[in-house]
Write a protein of this length. Structure first.
Length: 380
């Protein structure tokens, strides 16, 4: 039997969670991690610096295709690999849009995707005039390097981002800031899907996501109350974006749902995503298995739901002391139907340490179990 070899750059929890389906399918998954003792250490074959082309090129020789646990590998490194004939999925030209929120907005504009009103600004005056045109409030974002709400600020005046407008800081953002209307959304939703290099596309149902302090807290699949039309519309938007940007592999489109039923695209992630962790137990094919299939250009798996409701709750680090394993036995005993995932990271306040998924027939019961389970894990 031939062997499929996938190389993942980055040793975080996403690479860790790709290991299980890789073992099941018999795919040889190799991980390039930035440090010893990473979340995906079981699969690590090389530790190094992902900004160094010679190190990544050496790693690439050991696999058939390169993919990612995060979106931070410099585009120049990926272009050099591609020029050498290495398969990179998603390709550098697509990933570029995930690394820079301004490039992403420009491209989505070109292909006609609905978004919040936005502008690129360089000066306090430009920003203040955008704020004035948008009812005195706006959301300012650094185009490069933000995650989990870092690099996002709600503002009513340019003074609120005076630090980001200083020349040195502005240069780090690529010379411009992104400003958006502050959308009065009724909720946030995410459309997870996968696309292969040959063009096969498969969406999961639209999910509802809840952020606390800019960090994902809870995901419910399917999004409660979503009509078949809404599911279809979201999946069509994801397909249009995937085609328009040349995305391959699993990717997530984070969106705002407005009171008048519009879907406005907020963010794109070109890799398995926190909004898709529910799929490990909640779907016939998990996002991690689907990602491996997609980057290898294999046929995609069924994304149908395995329960009426799947609810995922993140376990964020409480402080440097609370180790979720302290309450592990008690949580397992109290909630035997909850699926607890831990990422093997040392505790730190606010860090994504793991998650809990509960499947069931009612949202209220799934949520009660996930909350109860998370509470035991967090508090002991
Ligand atoms: P990150 O890349 O750090 O995750 P996002 O762009 O996703 O940042 O923004 C983080 C959160 O901030 C969003 O999930 C949403 O709750 C809020 N937010 C971002 N942009 C807007 C906007 N234009 N209007 C209203 N809320 C927003």
């Amino acid at each position: 039997m031939g062997e499929f070899r996938v190389g993942v750059i980055g040793g975080g929890q996403l690479a860790r969670m790709m290991l299980v389906p890789a073992i099941e399918l018999g795919i040889n998954l190799k991980v390039f991690a930035e440090a010893e003792g990473s979340s995906a250490s079981l699969g690590v074959t090389q530790v190094g610096d992902y900004t160094r082309i010679e190190q990544i090129a050496e790693f690439a020789k050991t696999v058939d295709v390169i993919t990612f646990d995060h979106e931070h590998v410099p585009i120049s490194v990926l272009e050099a690999l591609e020029a050498d004939g290495v398969k990179v999925q998603p390709p550098s030209k697509a990933l570029n849009f995930a690394q820079n929120k301004l490039s992403m907005r420009l491209r989505l504009n070109e292909i006609g995707v609905a978004m919040p009103r936005w502008a690129a600004v360089e000066t306090a005056a430009e920003l203040d005039s955008f704020i004035a045109e948008n009812d005195g409030k706006a959301v300012v974002k650094t185009p490069i390097g933000g995650y989990d709400g870092k690099g996002v600020r709600m503002v009513t005046s340019s003074k609120d981002v005076a630090d980001w407008l200083k020349p040195v800081q502005l240069a780090k953002s690529g010379g411009k800031l992104l400003v958006e209307e502050k959308v009065a959304f009724v909720r946030e939703v995410a459309q997870l899907s996968a696309r292969t290099p040959s063009g096969e596309f498969k969406p999961w149902p639209l999910v509802q996501t809840t952020q606390v302090n800019g960090v994902c807290d809870e995901v419910v699949s399917p999004a409660p109350g979503a009509t078949p039309q809404l599911h279809m519309r979201a999946a069509e938007m994801a397909n249009q974006i995937a085609k328009g940007l040349g995305v391959t592999g699993v990717f997530a489109v984070e969106m705002f749902e407005t009171e008048d039923g519009r879907l406005l695209v907020n963010e794109l992630a070109m890799r398995p995503h926190n909004s898709g962790h529910f799929s490990i137990e909640g779907s016939v094919t998990s996002q991690f298995e689907q990602h491996l299939r997609a980057v290898l250009d294999l046929p995609l798996g069924d994304t149908a739901a395995r329960a009426e409701v799947a609810l995922m709750m993140n376990l964020l680090g409480v402080d440097d002391e609370v180790d979720f394993f302290n309450g592990f036995d008690a949580a397992l005993a109290a909630y035997p139907s909850a699926k607890i995932h831990t990422y093997g990271k040392s505790p730190r306040q606010g860090r994504k340490m793991g998650h809990v998924t509960v499947l069931g027939e009612s949202l209220a019961s799934c949520r009660a179990q996930a909350e109860g389970c998370a509470m035991i894990l967090r508090s002991l």
